[in-house]
Each structure stands twice: as C-alpha cells, then as structure tokens.
Design a protein. Structure first.
Length: 366
C-alpha cells in the first residue's frame, strides 16, 4: 500500500519511503501533531515496511512478515497503549525485557508507543535508558499529540516528524471517495479542523446533525426576555414550565479576591448577582410537577448541586461528566433534576466535547 490510501502529509510519505529505500532506518522516531490526522496509520504502515522481508519503499504483501502483520500475529511487532489513563513504568519495563530477544522473522523489531504523552514521568525516564543505548535491531516509534508533555531528553533522542492538519481540499476528496454523499459537507470540513479522525466521527453523526438542523428550523413563537431572573414573577406564573435549562455562574466566590477587568465576564463566572441556591429555589417554584431542571456546571460543585436538589425536591436523576480531551480528568458536569421525583441517579457514560457525543446524548434522549 505504501501510504497510497493515506490522506495528506505528502512530504512525510516521501521521507519515510526514502528511509526504507536507502536503508537508513534509525532507532527512534517521534510522530507528533494534532489528534486524528493519521499519525497512527502512518506509523503502522511504516512499521510494516520496516519489517517486510523484501524491504523496498512499500511492503511486498507476500512475505511471511507482511502476512503475519496483517493478521496481527507478527512476533517482531509490538503496540503499546495506555493502561487506563496512562502508560505505566511496568509497561515500559516489560517492553525492555522483550527487546533483549532478537527478531524472529525480520531483521528488526518495531515498537509503537501510542499516545506516548500519557507516559508517567517514571515511565519516560525508564524509556530514556533504552533510547540512549538501543539494541541494534530495535526501532521505537512514539505517537504524540501533546509534544510539551514529553521530557526534553526524550525529544532530543528521537527523529521528530511533524504531521500537519489535513487541508480542506484533501478533506473534500476524502469525503467524496470514502464517505460519499453527505448532507453537511462544508460543516463537516469546518468541524473536522483538519482531522480525518474527527471527519469520520462527524460522518457517523449525520442523522444527529440533521435533527439539530430540523429542530432549529422548526422553532416558532420564541419570546426573548432580557431581564434579571429574579424578576421572573413579572412574566410567568408559578408551576408554569415543563423544563428549565441553565448555564449559571460557576464560582461561588471571587478566587483570592481576583476580579476580571471585564464586568460582564465577572458576572458570568461568579455568583455575584445570583447564586446556585437561588436558582434551585426559582426552578422549584416555576416548574410543573415532574418538570425538568437541566444545568451545566463545574464538577467540583456537584456536592452543592446534590444537596440543593434534595432540599428543593429537585432530585438529581441524570449525571454526566465531561472532559475536554480523551483521557483527561472531567471538569464539567451535565445535570438533570426532576421535580418531586424519587431519589436515584443514573450515571451516564463520560463524554468528550471534542466530538459530537454531546449532541448525540441530547437528541437521543428526546
């Protein structure tokens, strides 16, 4: 295949093919760049080229090494991934033990460490010893999305290959050739942000995007009131709403006395004019029986939310944690409370706002 089906980064294709053709395979590489732009697929194809018994600028697809590689049984190839949220020192030590044994089929042994930035500091320091004195037949490929998380000593011992975002033109070609007709091509390209991975994810959510569009287009009789929520009694009777949604100020104090120079941002972020207790009281008064109160908030305020929900007969029924990056600690929560409901919380699967799972959850639960 030799990168034939891989999109973009043509210069990297040339560099890697030349590496094989000239027999100038080095001991350690770092493939770095944004998530979802093809680093892992490039690394796998490069590994297959290195291990091919008829080493040329493309795998022969016929030798034992190529056949075993395609069936995930090549004894000279190893793929290391995070165990949970990180790659631990024991994983690196086990890898190092395996390196002491010579290749079985090929002249090389290839180790790919995926999401290498998740290695603990201890694991990185352990790996450093191998990078400094590698066995002559060992090739290590680090796949990295966050280069700043890697020790400078590791970066200095690797041949670094940067992977650029995929151009809009290449994304258009990919959509036409691999995905076919889509309802939101321009939106897909914009949301993909140069990432094939995101493009594929979004293509799977076309139905959800269509629901969002239909929902927005079918909204009628919208009344916008620009006023302090404390004045809600001027406009609505109590027990009026089926659902209330809210994205309130997150912080109950001005941290260390700090106040943003922008008053609007200060009011948006800090409970200066209204606090969480008042919002729950208002929701309790203006929701119908079994009405729903939904809010997005900081994860550290969960204890306050659970308590205020109980004392206002707005029990938390659904809870979902949100992270901003795969593998990171969630810092935001989506909460659904129901008025006069029985206690009992449904904990939904954690989501990452880097994809469209948020919209899927919203529209699949309607």
């Amino acid at each position: 295949m030799c990168f034939k089906n891989l999109v973009g980064n043509e210069n990297n294709k040339y560099i890697l093919k030349e590496t094989i053709t000239k027999g100038n395979i080095l001991h350690s590489y770092m493939f770095f760049g944004n998530e979802g732009i093809g680093k892992k697929i490039f690394a796998l194809e490069f590994a297959k080229m290195i291990l091919c018994e008829n080493q040329k600028n493309s795998p022969c697809e016929k030798c034992k090494s190529c056949i075993e590689f395609d069936s995930n049984n090549n004894p000279d190839f190893f793929f290391i991934e995070p165990d949970g949220n990180s790659i631990k020192i024991d994983q690196i030590r086990n890898m190092q033990k395996g390196m002491l044994e010579k290749p079985i089929i090929s002249s090389k042994k290839v180790y790919i460490i995926n999401n290498a930035e998740t290695m603990t500091k201890e694991a990185q320091n352990c790996l450093l010893k191998t990078l400094e004195e590698p066995q002559e037949y060992v090739v290590i490929i680090l796949i990295v999305s966050d280069e700043n998380s890697m020790l400078s000593t590791i970066k200095s011992r690797c041949t670094k290959i940067f992977f650029e975002k995929i151009s809009d033109e290449n994304l258009k070609t990919y959509i036409k050739e691999k995905i076919g007709d889509v309802h939101f091509e321009e939106s897909m390209i914009k949301l993909s942000e140069g990432s094939i991975g995101k493009c594929i994810e979004i293509s799977k959510k076309q139905e959800i995007l269509k629901k969002i569009e239909d929902f927005i287009n079918n909204i009628e009789n919208i009344k916008i009131i620009n006023d302090d929520i404390k004045n809600i009694d001027k406009y609505f009777n109590k027990n009026y709403f089926d659902i209330i949604t809210c994205n309130p100020p997150y912080f109950n104090t001005l941290d260390n006395g700090y106040k943003n120079k922008n008053d609007y941002l200060t009011l948006a972020r800090h409970e200066i004019t209204i606090d969480l207790e008042s919002l729950f009281s208002i929701a309790k008064s203006y929701l119908k029986d079994n009405g729903v109160f939904c809010l997005v908030h900081r994860a550290e305020r969960l204890d306050d939310i659970m308590y205020l929900g109980r004392i206002n007969n707005l029990n938390v029924k659904d809870l979902q944690f949100i992270s901003t990056k795969n593998g990171s600690i969630p810092n935001t929560i989506l909460v659904k409370c129901v008025k006069n409901s029985k206690p009992g919380v449904k904990l939904r699967k954690e989501i990452c706002v880097d994809n469209l799972s948020t919209y899927q959850h919203i529209f699949e639960s309607r």
